[in-house]
Design a protein around this ligand. Sequence first.
Ligand code: AMP
Ligand code: MN
Ligand code: MN
Ligand code: MN
Length: 277
Amino acid sequence: MNRCYDLHTHTYYSDGLLSPAELVTKAADAGVEVLALTDHDTTTGLAEAAEAANTAGIELIPGVEISALWSRKTIHVVGLQVDPENEVLAAGLAGSLETRNQRAEIMSAKLVKKGFEDIDASVKKQVRGPIISRTHYARALVEAGHAKDIPQAFKRYLAGGKAGYAATEWAELEQVIGWIHAAGGYAVIAHPGRYKMGSGRLRAMFGEFAEHGGDAIEVISGSQHPDETERMARFAAEFSLMASVGSDYHGPEQRWLSLGRLPRIPAACRPLWSQWL
Ligand code: AMP
Ligand code: MN
Ligand code: MN
Ligand code: MN
């Protein structure tokens, strides 16, 4: 019944540091019983993760975390139980990948202008999968000594409005929900507490998400304050959305975060996994 779920994690096929096998082993050792791999805009690691989960004796939920635009702002929608072979999803993600490649060219050009002449080559050394992420830029900047850690690299160069930032034309929220549903999955608003939106904007977003058939909210996201959990649980109830949980683990460099160490969702919530049990 009360199994240990972690439904939001990354590998080096997007901006995580571990291989799927390393991630699965670490999760199993931490007591996770149901793990979703949700790399950014790619499903590349799912087959390897499924194989490793089989060996480790835990359940692997195939997932993806898709970048989307809502009201001109980037938000993240996790798709869970998606079929990676689905053509609608695959075509959508191919578009996101192209968007990322175009953005990387702009970001590199901007950072070269700022004096980081080798940035493109050093970023490419960080990339191990199909997508180029701002996290790869952050790691390259840290390695070159321009920031002490990843959060500082974002704050100085990569966050919205900073010298290396480029606005990105992701697909709209409604389309992204459509890709996930076409692939047989459930659409979940990722880490809603991190969008720097007030309650009014969050309500508007959840309202549209629910209207377009969205399924759940991440009521629990890694290292989140308990007050935030209660707030998200109330939003879930208000919009009749289900609840999901995920650490958003990217690897050991996030020293404040571990896999599976997540509080239980509030009793009033309807867990998303009630749909697939
Ligand atoms: P991208 O999708 O390429 O724009 O990169 C977004 C990723 O960067 C997120 O998934 C996080 O892993 C990471 N990220 C974003 N903002 C920050 C921040 N302020 N500090 C550390 N990591 C961040
Ligand atoms: Mn990330
Ligand atoms: Mn995210
Ligand atoms: Mn994530």
